[in-house]
Design a protein around this ligand. Structure first.
Ligand code: IPE
Ligand code: IPE
Ligand code: MG
Length: 243
């Protein structure tokens, strides 16, 4: 291992929650003359290392963008291939090494009801396994930020809520069990949010890197976190040094 635990930066409890837009799998494959699905497989293989590193850094909540409500626009072959890979990764790695070992409970953000039956059942099985409420990893699957806000409002209305406020709406979002991300990471070089956590990222620190997701390793996680630790967060107010 390149970095020993004691060389990790001290996040002093400032970094509780992280969101990640795992982008760049297709380009990673293309650069190697491989099919796009080989890039998705290489991307899936990165998840465990990134989660382990974040946990060591004191992060308790992670939200991973795996498939957006817009990603259905891709060729059927790629969509089907991604669904198969997600199933395989959940079954072989998430269930055995991440949830069963108690590292993170896994929940799903997004409408999983329309996913292939076998995958939907696996998602439900994994959610039921996760008793650890201290460390939660949301996998955003068939997730869209706008879709989430509309659904949250409709769910509140269905519950008889007549006047919505911010706290109430938050309770109806998919990620209600986790605090808003302190840090939002996007790999792959594009500087946009692509409909991810629109509600929750109101005050998140943004970190964009050109590194493609399958190359985003432990060292890169630490670099992103070091960048976060240099940020001065104000939440619209002023810090002591500003006055
Ligand atoms: C992100 O990688 C994974 C998904 C969107 C499912 P991409 O497939 O978007 O990779 P690029 O952006 O084309 O390189
Ligand atoms: C965002 O990446 C979605 C995921 C990483 C799952 P996209 O590749 O879909 O984003 P755009 O299309 O470049 O905005
Ligand atoms: Mg992309």
């Amino acid at each position: 291992m390149l970095f020993k635990k004691n060389t990790l930066p001290d996040t002093e409890g400032r970094l509780r929650s992280v969101g990640i837009i795992m982008d760049g799998n297709g380009r990673w494959a293309k650069r190697r003359g491989l099919p796009r699905l080989a890039g998705h497989a290489a991307g899936a293989a990165r998840v465990e290392e990134v989660l382990t590193t974040l946990r060591e850094l004191g992060v308790h909540h992670v939200t991973l963008y795996a498939f957006s409500t817009e990603n259905w626009k891709r060729p059927k072959e790629e969509v089907d291939g991604i669904m198969d890979l997600v199933y395989k990764y959940l079954d072989e790695v998430v269930q055995d090494k991440i949830v069963s070992d108690g590292h993170f409970s896994v929940r799903f953000a997004g409408d999983i009801s329309v996913l292939p039956e076998k995958l939907r059942k696996k998602c439900e099985e994994i959610e039921a396994l996760g008793k650890n409420r201290e460390y939660i990893c949301y996998v955003a699957l068939n997730y869209g930020g706008r879709d989430e806000i509309v659904r949250a409002a409709n769910r509140a209305i269905a519950d008889g809520v007549t006047v919505l406020d911010e706290k109430t709406l938050s309770k109806y979002t998919y990620t209600a069990e986790s605090p808003d991300p302190d840090l939002l990471i996007r790999t792959g070089g594009d500087m946009r949010i692509s409909n991810f956590l629109l509600w929750q990222c109101a005050y998140s620190e943004l970190y964009f890197t050109k590194t493609l997701w399958p190359d985003f390793d432990r060292k890169q996680v630490i670099t992103a976190v070091e960048s976060f630790l240099t940020r001065k967060r104000r939440f619209g107010g002023l810090n002591k040094e500003d006055t």
